[in-house]
Design a protein around this ligand. Structure first.
Ligand SMILES: *[C@@H]1O[C@H](CO)[C@@H](O)[C@H](O)[C@H]1NC(C)=O
Ligand SMILES: *[C@@H]1O[C@H](CO)[C@@H](O)[C@H](O)[C@H]1NC(C)=O
Length: 459
């Protein structure tokens, strides 16, 4: 480096000496020639640079269009290397190359994910491994397609990829067709949720409650506002904020939009997107929650995700979160952890997953009734959710994305997403120690909240 610099300096000195020796007229001519030369060089340099970028973009796209042949498993899971099936990725017009945010560029998927989820012939497994292959090759494809074009309506394409597609339950078929749909229109937003406040140093949010609700659940939302989801500054100055996440009701349902828009103005806590509320759309809702939080509440220390029919003991929860030390506090994914679950194969079950769709166990995940994630994890989690294909069960999906980050779920028995023993349900002392209980009616929530805050309660 030093050597190069020396050469440069002496070179320039020589040039100056030669230049000053020239006559004035010649000096102007030489100067013009020099300027011309430099300009030409710069133009040439920039055009090659541009070509190179265009080329690398194109190679990325071509690779996406390639149809890798993948190994197919037969019914009992034995590999059949001889039988190969063509696996087509969605038509290219549906992919849009938008500038990927920086977080994607830093995303490296942990080996834990590929150790936990086998590579085999099931549709989702193939989609995952295809996405990971592209990621490894450095093709950062920010999955984001036009909402009006994202649905896969080509039946032939679906049946080529999933041989028994037509035997899937109707709603499951609907899910598979919409797996690439991840940019629903926003109906209600609260862009200032985490920056507006009375005080000056109010930008800090210690805990953000994001609560999955549905348009008609007015009463449940109100009881949450009056009890555990109450916004404000709690003990030792910890700020809590709350938003409810809503989809849209279907055309067969009564139109609640006027009521919702009043509610949103009055309480300032509704977020709504234009997709139909349904069990199999909860992963989309989860993705919208991640996107919204990364964008509008990036400084939140902890984020809660859960249902509107749970009871949360907010003071106990805040005490627990405050007691955490770094690095745990910045890598937290805590709840009731289900560590050894597998897909349910009974088509009548609400969580049915066909074998030809997903084949493998579920990585450990926190029950979706209510769990907590460190705010610091969210940008990477959101990036992972744009690489890992949507899975129809939202809490299992979060577990998969968390696995991709190499984070281990933290099991905490104070999160009771499957409820507690019947005999303990009215025992206030037992309730007071817990952090989360699923599920409780609006009245039960009010009663419990009053009960555990009663100063006369001695445990
Ligand atoms: C709060 O956040 C906004 C937007 O990020 C910023 O412009 C403002 O300066 C912050 N205010 C304080 C007091 O930190
Ligand atoms: C999810 O929402 C979209 C958009 O409203 C809808 O077309 C689709 O039917 C919904 N999916 C399911 C499985 O209900």
């Amino acid at each position: 480096m030093c050597h190069l610099l020396t050469v440069c300096v002496t070179g320039r000195q020589r040039l100056t000496v030669w230049f000053t020796r020239l006559e004035p007229m010649r000096r102007i001519q030489t100067m013009s020639a020099l300027v011309l030369f430099v300009t030409m060089f710069l133009i040439f340099f920039y055009s090659t640079l541009h070509l190179e970028t265009a080329h690398s973009l194109r190679t990325g796209q071509e690779d996406l269009l390639k149809q890798p042949s993948l190994q197919v498993h037969d019914g009992d899971g034995k590999a059949q290397p001889s039988k190969r099936e063509r696996f087509t990725t969605p038509p290219p017009r549906q992919e849009r190359f938008t500038t990927p945010p920086l977080v994607v560029l830093n995303l490296s998927v942990s080996d834990g994910l590929t150790q936990a989820i086998p590579q085999n012939g099931a549709y989702w497994n193939r989609l995952l491994y295809s996405a990971l292959k592209n990621l490894v090759k450095g093709h950062f494809i920010w999955r984001d397609s036009d909402w009006s074009l994202c649905r896969q309506t080509n039946q032939e394409h679906l049946q080529t990829n999933v041989h028994d597609f037509t035997s899937y339950p109707v709603l499951f078929q609907d899910f598979v067709q919409g797996m690439n749909c991840m940019s629903p229109p926003v109906l209600l937003n609260q862009p200032n949720k985490c920056i507006s406040g009375q005080g000056k140093q109010d930008n800090q949010t210690f805990l953000l409650f994001t609560i999955k609700s549905t348009p008609g659940n007015f009463e449940q939302r109100q009881v949450v506002r009056e009890t555990w989801g109450q916004e404000g500054v709690y003990l030792s100055g910890l700020r809590v904020r709350t938003v409810f996440l809503l989809g849209s009701s279907s055309l067969e349902d009564p139109d609640l939009s006027a009521l919702l828009s009043f509610e949103a103005k009055h309480f300032g806590d509704l977020l709504q997107w234009d997709f139909h509320e349904s069990l199999l759309n909860l992963t989309l809702k989860m993705n919208m929650f991640l996107q919204w939080t990364v964008r509008y509440c990036p400084a939140a220390s902890f984020v809660f995700s859960g249902d509107d029919d749970v009871f949360v003991n907010t003071p106990t929860l805040l005490g627990y979160l405050q007691s955490l030390e770094l690095p745990k506090a910045s890598q937290l994914y805590v709840g009731q952890v289900i560590s050894e679950a597998s897909p349910l194969r009974d088509p009548k079950n609400k969580y049915y997953i066909p074998l030809s769709f997903y084949d493998g166990p579920y990585p450990g995940y926190a029950g979706g009734g209510g769990f907590i994630i460190s705010g610091a994890l969210l940008p990477r989690l959101y990036a992972a959710s744009r690489v890992i294909p949507f899975f129809p069960i939202d809490d299992v999906y979060v577990g998969m994305c968390i696995k991709a980050l190499g984070v281990t779920p933290e099991a905490n028995t104070d999160f009771q997403t499957f409820d507690i023993n019947e005999k303990d349900r009215n025992n206030l002392c037992i309730n007071k120690k817990l952090i989360l209980i699923h599920r409780r009616s609006a009245r039960q929530i009010k009663k419990l909240w009053k009960g555990i805050h009663n100063p006369l309660l001695t445990c």
